[in-house]
Every structure is written in C-alpha cells, then in structure tokens.
Design a protein around this ligand. Structure first.
Ligand code: AGP
Length: 615
C-alpha cells in the first residue's frame, strides 16, 4: 500500500525516484507522482493516474534537475483516484511538498482550523491537510536552525492517525524530513546520499546501511548528515543495520511473472526457512529468536494467533498441527477483530502474530493490544526489521526472500512450514514421542524435494486452466488441516483471476453451498492420504452426482484404478504434517494460469496491496 521514496544527494533525483517507485510497485497503487527541489529553489510536482509508465511518459516533458526529491505511489483511501489526489501534495501556500502513507483520522477538524487561516485544500485528501498543517507551523517558527524540523514536529503533535511521511520545503532546499507513526519508514544511508522509503526495496543496494524508524520518531536529513529525534524533541541514537540486498531476488530471471517465479522458488525458500533449525537428535526443531525458555513454553496453556488473509489461513492449518502434536488449545483470530473484541484470555496465553510483510496494520495493532494487556507476543514474519518483528517479544523469521507478487505464494508455504516446526518443537517439549518427532523431522527434510516434484504438475495444471478459463465460480473443499488450504486455494483464485471462489470444509458443503453445485461450478477437492480420505471421496461423489465437474488433488498411490473425480492431480505421497504445504502448490499454479488466460495482471491484481497499512 502507498510507496514512499525520497532522495537527497548529488545525483539527479528524478531517475532515482522513478527507479525507487518501480521497486515499490509491488505494494499496490493507483496513481503516482514525484516532486523535486529545483536549482532556483522552486518545488516541481508531476503526478498522474495509472501505471508508472504513464508517469514516466509525462515526466519526459519535464526537465527536472533537482538532486533532492520525493516520490509516491498512492493506493486511494481519502478521495477518488485522480491526479489532484495523487502525491506529492503541495501546501496551499506552495511552501511544503509532502508524500504520505497512512490516514489522518482528524483531518476534517484540522482542515476547518486551517481554512480559517487561509490554507484551503484543493484535493479531497487527508494528506493535503497534513501538508497545509506543516506549512502553517513552519511559517510560525522563528527563523532559526532546525526550523523545518520543528515545524513538522509541531504539526505532527496535532495529528491523530497513522503516517509515514517524507517532506520537502521551499525555504529549506538542502533538507528533507521524514516521520512515522504506525506506517513504515526506513532511512537508507549511502555514500554522501540518503534515501527515505516505505521499505528497503525502495533503495535496495544503493544504500549501505538502513535505519528503521520507530513510531513517534522524525529523521532530519541534510546534505552531509542526518539526525533522529522524537516528537518530544529528544535525540535518538540511530541503529544502523547493514543492507543485505540481492538485486537478483527482485528480478524475474526469465520467468514471465514474479508470481510464477516465486511459486517455483518454493523448494529453495522452504530449505532456507528450515536451515539450521533442527535439533541435533533429529527429533525436534529449535529457533534462535523466541526469547522464551523451554520452561516458559511448557507453561503456555493456550495459543491465540492473530493474522489476516493468507497468513490467517496458515494459522488455521497450524491449529491442527499444534493441537495434535503439543495438545495446546489454539484459537485463530482475525487480527482486525481481535483488536477490538476484548476477548478474555488466561495469563498463560501466548499470542502469535503472523504476517509476511510484518507491516499489516491490523496485525500490528492486535500485537500492540495483546502487549498492552500484558501477554507475551511472538511474531512469525518474512519482513526483516519490520514493525511486527521489532515490536514482538520474540519471533521467527521465514527467510523466504523478497516476494514481489502481490498474491502470497512462497510466503504462505514458508509460514506453514515454520508453524509446523513450531508445533513439533512445542510437542517435543511436552508429550510427543521421539519416534513421532523424528518422523516429522524427516518429512520436513524431504519437503523441498517433494515440492520440486509437485511443481512438475505445472503443464497439466496449465491444461486444466485452459479447460476452466471461462468459469465464473468455483468451490474448494478440504477437511481437517487441508480445509485451510481450500480457503487459500479459493483466495488465490479470486485474487489473481477475479473468478468467484469459495473455500469450505468439505462436509459443511451439505449445509448450504451444495445449492451452488451445477455443471457451471466445478469443485476442487483436497483428497490427500489419511484417515479422512474415504470421507472426502464420498463428498466428491455427492458433488459429481449433482452434475458438477470435480478435480481432486490426491497423493500418489491412493487413487489407483477408476479415478474417483473427473480429473485427478497427483502429488507425492507424504507425511500428513507436510501435506498442506504440498497441496497448496497445485492450487497456486492453477490460480496463476487462470489469471494469465483471463488476461489479468497476476503480479499486481486490481485493488490489492502487498502490505495493507491502513485499517
Ligand atoms: C495474500 O495473497 C493476500 N494478498 C493477503 O490476504 C495477505 O495475506 C494479507 O493481507 C496479510 O498480509 P501479511 O501477511 O503481510 O500480514
């Protein structure tokens, strides 16, 4: 959601800003713009609706030479998708240029206050009100060093809501101010050049070090240095972290789309997620960053997961594994509901926030709410240095590598993998036997190879997608730990092909959704090996009997002879602990090919954002 990039250095800002915006495209946007401080001190702004290519074309008519600038990709919240509402936003007096990610909740009352003082908004955005508020406060500051920073700081003291901002001022040509509150902002430090971005991808290897701002902090960048302070004016020592960025990971490397590349990266991503995390005796897992002793973990008598979207489905799958291996009761909450629900919990409840980006505001807010109430919160995230990673009491990184496709693929399967390992670890701290633990470890070790084998279904699935490309609706059905995978299969299809899809617990189908069954509504069944196989095969027959096409994902060796569904996709036979991971892969490939055949932008589906930073 909204991407911010800022540059202050010696090179022409325009190209660096455009490059940064390209790298942030994956976050999702509907309009974009850049603004620079030009040599004569004027502020130049170029914005437009639509893809970045439109902005590049528009900019070709502009001779921007400034070496200080800000850029933005906007995902509309307040106000329609128009050029006027795109960022950067210029204050009414033309003195302040601002890009903003987040929502100013009290913008209406601030706008009234400012209008009475001559600062009238032209756009419908809350961000323009913020630009005006900063201009108003900067104008009030006495002419002294630090006036720009103080003006921004004073303005922010009046803001209720969330923001990551980068600000330029007409009267402060060699300066830039950034600030954050619940919307990510990271400073990149290069060789006598600085960057501000919503995430490290914005500047990548152009910066040597990064400083992740904390909530309530401002960064003041000048030509040769920077400083960080709080809203209360206290200086903060910058925690520099080396930027480890491999450009190859954010390129398509010959694949037509990032989504397909990331699906095919899964064997390696799973390998990376597990590396160094098995116990020496081969029967358990261990994690360096949990910051909880085995004794403390044994005292946990309930786990509450908070997450959104696909991450929540990974938690639903983990619920089965944790309850089975560790016998700890688990609840899976929509992070957005948990935050306001005030659910009663016991002292020994462990809260686990799961988020690939580590920036989803609903999950971050749930984490904060749980911490406020005194619960210990762990995080599982792919976002190294993300807000969720930094605010949790401990956690586990997924190590899936950057994921550019908006629809989560390798981030989802690595979450499943990490959570299965966590279930194993918790189980081995309690009643799970050595033999069972060792079997699960072996299954996990086999996983990358079996994922590789499963990917060989790609051609067959492509053909399946040709067959179903014109479908309007589909059902995805599974039981037990494969039920959340059915939910994920339906979500993936909706996201990247815009085909309506529903995921259901297979037996639940009879309690309503069966009314949808017709020859125009095919059903996917997750019919892997295990005690539920007979039951789900019976569910397949119920659907076939009503004239619908059925596709089953089944394990090799379990469906010889007459196929029990119209089409069967065979994945390798495996331990039940890893079946959810392997069964996900064909569903990802199916969604991908459906999206491609239906001419959808599979990497950046309409209206979606990679990192949802507004409530
Ligand atoms: C995944 O394909 C979705 N785009 C979405 O549901 C996502 O899982 C959700 O927004 C949560 O994101 P997070 O993992 O970054 O918190």
């Amino acid at each position: 959601m909204c991407g911010i990039i800022g540059y202050l250095g010696r090179k022409r800002a325009k190209e660096i800003l455009l490059e940064g915006l390209r790298r942030l495209e994956y976050r999702g946007y509907d309009s974009a713009g850049v603004g620079t401080v030009e040599g004569d001190g004027s502020l130049a702004v170029v914005r437009c609706v639509g893809p970045l290519d439109a902005l590049v074309e528009k900019l070709s008519g502009w001779n921007l030479a400034g070496t200080v600038g800000i850029g933005h990709t906007r995902w509309a919240t307040h106000g329609a998708v128009t050029e006027e509402n795109a960022h950067p936003q210029l204050s009414a007096d033309g003195s302040i240029l601002l890009v903003h990610n987040g929502v100013v909740e009290n913008f209406a009352s601030i706008a009234i206050f400012l209008a009475e003082r001559g600062y009238r908004s032209r756009s419908e955005t809350d961000s323009e009100v913020l630009a005006n508020l900063i201009a108003y406060h900067c104008a009030k500051e006495p002419p002294q060093q630090g006036r720009f920073l103080d003006g921004v700081r004073r303005a922010l003291l009046h803001v209720r809501g969330t923001y990551g901002i980068a600000v330029l001022g007409k009267d402060f040509p060699g300066e830039m101010v950034g600030a954050r509150s619940s919307s990510p902002l990271v400073l990149g430090v290069g060789d006598r050049e600085f960057f501000l971005a919503s995430d490290v991808a914005g500047f990548g290897s152009r910066a040597r070090d990064a400083v992740f701002l904390n909530d309530g902090e401002l960064v003041h960048i000048r030509e040769n240095n920077f400083s960080i302070c709080t809203l209360g004016r206290e200086l903060v020592e910058a925690a520099l972290e080396a930027v480890e960025w491999q450009e190859a990971l954010v390129e398509k490397n010959g694949y037509p789309h990032f989504m397909l590349k990331e699906i095919f990266e899964q064997p390696q991503a799973l390998e990376n997620a597990m590396r160094g995390r098995f116990s020496a005796d081969g029967s358990s897992a261990h994690f360096g960053g949990l910051r909880m002793s085995p004794r403390e973990l044994r005292q946990v008598d309930r786990i509450v997961f908070c997450a959104c979207g696909s991450a929540r489905y990974a938690c639903l799958a983990a619920e089965y594994a944790i309850e089975r291996f560790a016998r700890i009761p688990v609840e899976v909450e929509y992070a957005s509901e948990f935050r306001y629900r005030n659910a009663p919990m016991d002292r020994n409840t462990l809260v686990i926030a799961v988020s690939q980006s580590g920036e989803t505001i609903d999950t971050l807010s749930a984490l904060r709410e749980a911490k406020r109430k005194g619960y210990r919160v762990l995080a599982v995230t792919n976002g190294v240095g993300s807000s969720i990673a930094r605010e949790a009491d401990g956690g586990i990184y997924q190590h899936a590598g950057p994921e550019i496709g908006v629809a989560g693929t390798k981030s989802f399967t690595t979450q499943l993998c990490i959570l299965t390992m966590l279930a194993l670890y918790l189980g081995r701290l309690r009643d799970l036997s050595f033999e069972e633990g060792a079997e699960i470890v072996q299954a996990l070790k086999d996983l990358p190879r079996l994922a590789e084998e499963t990917l060989r279904l790609d051609e067959a699935i492509r053909a399946l997608a040709v067959h179903y490309a014109s479908c309007q609706s589909m059902l995805f059905l599974g039981r037990q730990s494969l039920f959340p995978i059915a939910l994920e299969g339906a979500l993936k299809l909706k996201e990247v092909s815009y085909v309506h899809a529903e995921g259901y617990a297979a037996a639940e189908m009879k309690h309503g959704p069966i009314a949808l069954i017709s020859k125009d509504c095919p059903a996917f069944f997750l019919a892997c090996d295990g005690p539920m196989l007979g039951k789900i095969q019976a569910n397949v027959q119920e659907v076939r009997a009503r004239g619908a096409d059925t596709v089953a994902i089944a394990c090799a060796g379990t469906c010889e002879g007459e196929p029990f569904a119209n089409r069967v996709l065979t994945i390798p036979r495996s331990h039940p602990a890893i079946q959810p991971i392997l069964a996900t892969i064909p569903l990802q490939l199916f969604a991908y090919h459906m999206g491609v055949f239906r001419d959808c932008n599979v990497d950046r589906p309409r209206n979606l954002a990679k990192s949802v930073t507004v409530e």
